[in-house]
Design a protein around this ligand. Structure first.
Ligand SMILES: N[C@@H](CCC(=O)N[C@@H](CSS)C(=O)NCC(=O)O)C(=O)O
Length: 243
């Protein structure tokens, strides 16, 4: 599923990994300068991503991760091999390697456009979300999913922290802000802050932190199949282990 919003002030293309992780990668660009960033690229979809960049005539400035993923290996290392001028970015709180690290309130600039970094720990300790400069959309990574949220049972996850992150950093955005998550497992592509605030079954509709902690403790999800390979690789920005 691909959505094109190139008519909007910031170019946005949502790209889906159908090979197993159900990850959404986002290509964002300044329609005037053609500078672009890729958010949450997946290693097996790098050729597709670079084809999109080339077909749109864009200059890839940054490869960005919302966190050190547990279900797939990031594409940033492979992107850097093919576009040596591209810099990788991840949060300092993730303790993962990258060319540049960011923290709450930082602004990632590409051309005349930017993303504001919001610290949203809870799924992992280092999770961040990215708010568009005009607040028209937010990339929520695995913090807030459509009618769901990221699990909190590994990588320093904490239901208490996730509840606070979502309520203080995301639900405080305009209700009209579009929510673009890093995953959806039911072919949904977007939501809005207003819709999630009202009806997210884990976090919205007046759910308290105690309600949320109980819900998360009862999820009983299977571990991601690639977690043992993906997390160490992603702490190295996707660089293969040399041993
Ligand atoms: N089956 C997938 C992993 C599914 C999963 O655990 N997804 C994570 C985000 S990726 S770490 C999650 O937080 N899910 C929340 C939920 O409620 O499902 C695999 O094996 O890779």
């Amino acid at each position: 599923m691909t959505i094109v919003r190139a008519d909007q002030p910031m170019g946005l293309k949502q790209l889906f990994d159908e090979t197993g992780s159900s990850t959404y990668t986002y290509l964002l660009w300044d329609t005037e300068t053609k500078d672009c960033v890729l958010v949450d690229p997946v290693d097996v979809k790098v050729d597709r991503d670079l084809k999109e960049v080339e077909e749109l005539g864009l200059n890839l400035i940054y490869g960005i991760n919302t966190h050190a993923h547990a279900d797939h290996i990031t594409g940033t290392h492979l992107l850097k091999q093919q576009v040596p001028t591209m810099k990788s970015i991840i949060s300092a709180a993730s303790q993962a390697k990258a060319d540049l690290t960011v923290a709450n309130g930082d602004r990632i600039v590409f051309g005349n456009r930017s993303l504001v970094v919001k610290s949203t720990p809870g799924h992992t300790e280092g999770c961040v979300s990215f708010v568009a400069d005009d607040e028209s959309f937010v990339l929520t990574g695995d913090a807030l999913l459509i009618q769901g949220c990221g699990r909190t049972d590994f990588q320093g996850g904490s239901a208490e922290h996730l509840y606070q992150s979502v309520h203080s950093q995301l639900f405080s955005l305009p209700k009209s802000t579009i929510v673009y998550p890093a995953h959806d497992y039911k072919s949904r592509t977007q939501s809005s802050i207003g819709a999630e605030l009202e009806s997210n079954p884990r976090l919205g509709g007046g759910k308290t932190q105690d309600d949320f902690v109980e819900i998360m403790a009862g999820l009983d999800l299977a571990y991601p199949k690639k977690i043992d390979v993906a997390v160490p690789a992603n702490m190295r920005c996707g660089v293969p282990d040399v041993e």
